[in-house]
Design a protein around this ligand. Sequence first.
Ligand SMILES: C[S@@+](CC[C@H](N)C(=O)[O-])C[C@H]1O[C@@H](n2cnc3c(N)ncnc32)[C@H](O)[C@@H]1O
Length: 203
Amino acid sequence: MSEPTDHYFSAEPATPEERRSIEVTLEGRRLTLTTARGVYSPDRLDPGTTVLLAGVPDPSPTGDLLDIGCGWGPISISLALRSPGARVWGVDVNRRALDLARANAAAAGADSITFCEPDEVPDDLRFATIWSNPPIHVGKAALHALLERWLPRLSDNGVAYLVVQKHLGSDSLQKWLNAQDWGLVCTRLSSAKAFRILEVRRA
Ligand SMILES: C[S@@+](CC[C@H](N)C(=O)[O-])C[C@H]1O[C@@H](n2cnc3c(N)ncnc32)[C@H](O)[C@@H]1O
């Protein structure tokens, strides 16, 4: 008999929630936030997310900003703290993660974020900034579908930054993105520790 599968990208994780508090520093602020089992990186700020937040230029100060795969919320909260005049969207398929992200944004005083499932984002929105630590473990086809869904929704001057581990295929992902017919170009912004930050903008 096979074990039931439960991933950080399950819609309704089967593991008991077991909420816990962790201390993280986002945008220079020490925050006590809440995480739980069944969501991504529940014990600390993920090292890839740390590399992304330390290495990206400031997001657009206005407009709609997107965090693809928000988890318990660190990237969305950073976007909101850096650009309080913008509207931030944090999307995830994991409802437990979305609940935590809402609580964490409230704890951080970041009130310009909407955390929701992907289908709840209005179709006509275009994004001035996209930041993401994308879910590589969903598999190549699902990852590609996710990127195809969101990256072409960059506004004309919009920029996306994705952090990907080198050994999880950052270079082949960059090649794949540049082979798509979306009018976008992907370059490597930087390489730090075991990660690369990919930059995507209109060609
Ligand atoms: C690598 S984790 C990053 C989480 C969080 N942003 C962080 O930095 O800690 C990727 C997230 O993508 C979510 N995810 C997986 N498939 C998704 C999809 N199709 N649409 C939106 N989010 C998805 C997962 O549930 C997970 O929370």
